[in-house]
Design a binder for this molecule. Structure first.
Ligand code: T4K
Length: 360
């Protein structure tokens, strides 16, 4: 029997492309505190994304938290229930109230048509997610934010290397919070970043990730420790050099799955505009949860382990205050399955997985 296949594997540059960065750390002894590799990674990411400010941090959750803190948010924050738990957790950790609004049945992202009915005098921000890298309706969301004087923070954990209208989607809203976790298209093992066009906000986040120190080590803000280390930044530099190749590799595999699975009418795919996707996940929606469970059983017998990202919908999770039913998000959450997708996954394995799914 072939070895087990999990939902993902990290995209890693060859080890010999990472070693020179480690050697430079060994030589300098500088391991952290905004060292030369973190500074270089930030500069290279600004150039790659064509954005003015990238502030690298310890993980994507910290990026969301720092964005909320730096904007001084206190009150209700409108968000999507179809996301990873980190999105809503951080709203609650920042002592704000997550208000879940239903999603669009095609893109599975926060539906702008449903936001305004939940805006109250206490609403301070909208926190949408570009789920599985499909861009939100950023123009629609911004129009609502402008009408009501709200901030917009994008949870862009999945949205590295996605352009909309020739420009990185990370430039939309006040801040985008990206994740560089091992399971993401671009990874630094653990890591993340805040991306913003606002220079002053970027400086504030920079201070807040480093206890509130400014560049002279004067204490000018309240802050925490959310720094990225040199070891992580070096891995990021090695991986960044191959990011386009990794994205292209995944695009081919995504399209192979899609071509094979299109034979089944009871499977649907996420909606996105051509080119505006990074193919970091292979999510499919089944006609029913019963069918999804049968497919999972059949795959598990062959030691293939897809994942139910993101089940259950967060409006149904007891840790947040009771929320109304959100039928679209709840249906998608019940019936979506992310199939294995990573750059070292063989095409033959994709054909085998698709065949198993078609046979159920
Ligand atoms: N917002 C959104 C929308 C997010 O999806 C996330 C994170 C965040 C915010 C927060 O960003 P971070 O603070 O994490 O930077 C993963 C990740 O931990 C998490 O980053 C990610 N989203 C979430 C969707 O999934 P799991 O539960 O999939 O991890 P695990 O250990 O089950 O790994 C899945 C598969 O990946 C394994 O079967 C094998 C492979 N794997 C995993 C790791 C960690 C490896 O091959 N090597 C590894 O080191 O959480």
């Amino acid at each position: 029997m072939s070895p087990p296949i999990y939902v993902t594997r990290p995209s890693l540059a060859p080890l010999d492309e990472y070693l020179p960065y480690l050697e430079s750390i060994w030589e300098s002894g500088v391991m952290t505190h905004n060292g030369p590799l973190v500074q270089r990674l930030e500069k290279d990411l600004c150039a790659y994304l064509d954005v003015p400010n990238v502030v690298c941090v310890a993980n994507g959750t910290c990026a969301l938290q720092l964005a909320m803190r730096a904007l001084g948010l206190a009150g209700e924050v409108i968000t999507t229930p179809f996301t990873f738990i980190a999105t809503a957790n951080i709203i609650a950790w920042e002592r704000c109230r997550p208000i879940f609004v239903d999603v669009d049945p095609d893109t599975w992202n926060l539906d702008p048509n449903r936001i305004e009915e939940r805006v109250t005098a206490d609403t301070v921000a909208i926190l949408p997610v570009h789920v599985f890298s499909a861009p939100c309706d950023t123009a629609g969301i911004q129009a609502i934010a402008d009408r009501h004087g709200l901030r917009v923070i994008y949870d862009a954990a999945h949205a590295m290397a996605v352009n909309v209208g020739g420009c990185s989607v990370l430039r939309r809203g006040d801040v985008s919070a990206v994740s560089f976790h091992a399971t993401k298209l671009f990874n630094t093992a653990e890591g993340g970043a805040c991306v913003t066009d606002d220079d002053e906000l970027a400086e504030r986040i920079r201070r807040m990730r480093f206890f509130g120190f400014d560049a002279r080590k004067d204490i000018v803000d309240s802050g925490m420790n959310a720094k990225m280390t040199e070891v992580h930044a070096g891995l990021g530099l090695a991986n960044l050099a191959r990011l386009d190749e990794v994205r292209e590799n995944r695009r081919e595999k995504y399209e192979l799955y899609r071509a094979l699975l299109s034979a089944r009418e009871d499977i649907t795919f996420q909606g996105y505009a051509p080119g505006e996707y990074n193919y970091s996940y292979m999510p499919v929606v089944f006609e029913s949860e019963a069918l999804l469970l049968r497919v999972m059983d059949a795959l598990a017998k062959e030691e293939v382990y897809p994942r139910r990202y993101f089940y259950p919908a967060l409006n149904t999770v007891g840790v947040f205050e009771p929320q109304p039913e959100l039928p679209v998000a709840e249906r998608i959450a019940r019936t979506v399955l992310c199939l294995p997708l990573y750059d070292t996954l063989a095409r033959g394995d994709i054909e085998r997985i698709a065949k198993l799914i078609l046979s159920v």
